[in-house]
Design a binder for this molecule. Sequence first.
Ligand code: FES
Length: 575
Amino acid sequence: MNPTKDPSKLRSQRWFAPDDLRSFGHRSRLKGMGFDDQDFRDKPIIGVLNTWSEMNTCHSHFQERVKEVKRGVLQAGGFPVEIPVMSLGEMLMKPTTMLYRNLLAMETEEVLRCHPIDAAVLLGGCDKTVPAMLMGAISADIPSVFLPAGPMLNAYWRDNTLGSGTDAWKYWAERCAGNLCEEQWQEIENCIARSAGTCMTMGTASTMACIAEALGFTLPGASSIPAVVSEHSRLAVASGRLAVESAWTNRKPSSLLTQGSFINAMITQLTIGGSTNAIVHIIAMAGRAGIRITLEDFDTWSRKVPILANIRPSGKFLMEDFHRAGGLRSLWTQLTDLLDLSGRQINGKTLGDSLDQARIIHQDVIRLRSNPIVEHAGTCVLKGNLSPNGCVIKSSATDGQLLEHRGPAVVFENYPDLKKRIHDPELDVTPDSVLVLKDAGPSGAPGFPEWGMLPIPEKLLKQGVRDMVRISDARMSGTSYGTCVLHVSPESRLGGPLAWVKTGDVIELNVPARRITLLISDEELQARKKDWVPPREHASRGYTWLYTKHVTQADRGCDFDFLEGGDYGKEPDIF
Ligand code: FES
């Protein structure tokens, strides 16, 4: 017997090896499904966790990919078992998938823990599915290979390349300004989502796929392979094979993840001009591994790391171009002095090893260090009396004109209030106004929705205004852009200072100085605090109640307080 393939060391042996009544039950029921000893005895059992659903537009190819993963598992001598888990489809779930990220994380953790699984392949991709599944796998501490869904193919409309999200916002603004007719808008709707796969801009899904690769959970190069090309099928098969190997070698998340892995994740998020949502997810994933990452860490690295990926919304191209240009590994070759090259990977190699063959093919898509998109990545963390625990702005997704700005607030108490009044021709607003949205944080909305790119009032759009300073305790889509201050913490629903802002108050934004200030006296601030009445609770029962009672604030990653760190890898007791 190959000493590295000792079946007695497999976790699943606890279920199947003993000569007792309970194990007899486990074996006999698998036999009742048509399997025999040849199928599952003395072999790694590989859980294939599938987030496919007909309500998840980005994962529509997963039924095919599951078959390919299983083929790889069988090739390598494992026994594949498909397990459906909750699917978080960004487009159709309301109020927001973020409300359910922690639910999928819990489900992933418990599904892995309670079953006879030696290793897993996690099929995810649409935004929150990535951090959710990784958080669960980290807490269960079972060897896991992440298979990213892959981005959609580039989309085209007439002479224009279309990127999901980013170009929807852009052309919607033109439609509201009266510059696009119904027919043109319909044409865009028909072609902006060209294939299965995730948003093909550097939105949250692409950002998180890159971060999964940076943390070592994927095969090298996996993060940018388009969803519907044959290379993606081969990736699925290879991921299945790798899961079997990782079961024999017992490469658990705890053996991969270090402070350096998360620094690699941060550097990656910054250099790709990635989604601000990733900040919350990286902090949460690190928390599961017992590693502390703070908002300040992002700001510190943001001053050292250049943006090199010329991908929308910070740049010009799309993920298919990024892949053809060499993908993430080729970008990393420019940052070897910053990255922790010893970062361990699920394939047993290091991040440094994965760079051996990497080279940049198109230097306009992936820039050289000497020719960055911007010198210092634009993820800035601001503090001040409006956000004592910090908030973020992605300055690279702005045109830079409003990063130092002072203006009067126009306040919306919540999202329904915003929807009702934002386009009212009577709204007292000018291009200098600062739009403020309250009650959109983790507990507020609830679920921390992507409302942070507040719409520009129609009457200003018609005057040619395309950006304004906007402040909220919400998130924004990774495909969004504009001078949007996000994740204000503590949030307004919990009595953070954002709750006390009134229309007409002057707010000063100073991104270079990392400051955000409500220009009223401390006495006035305290008086408003005293008068503040908390809004009514959202729910008295069910998951929403659990969520609002236990979700942490944005600067702590919005995990549930009872799921952070600690007791991971705990095995079921009763057999
Ligand atoms: Fe699924 Fe954008 S909607 S990745």
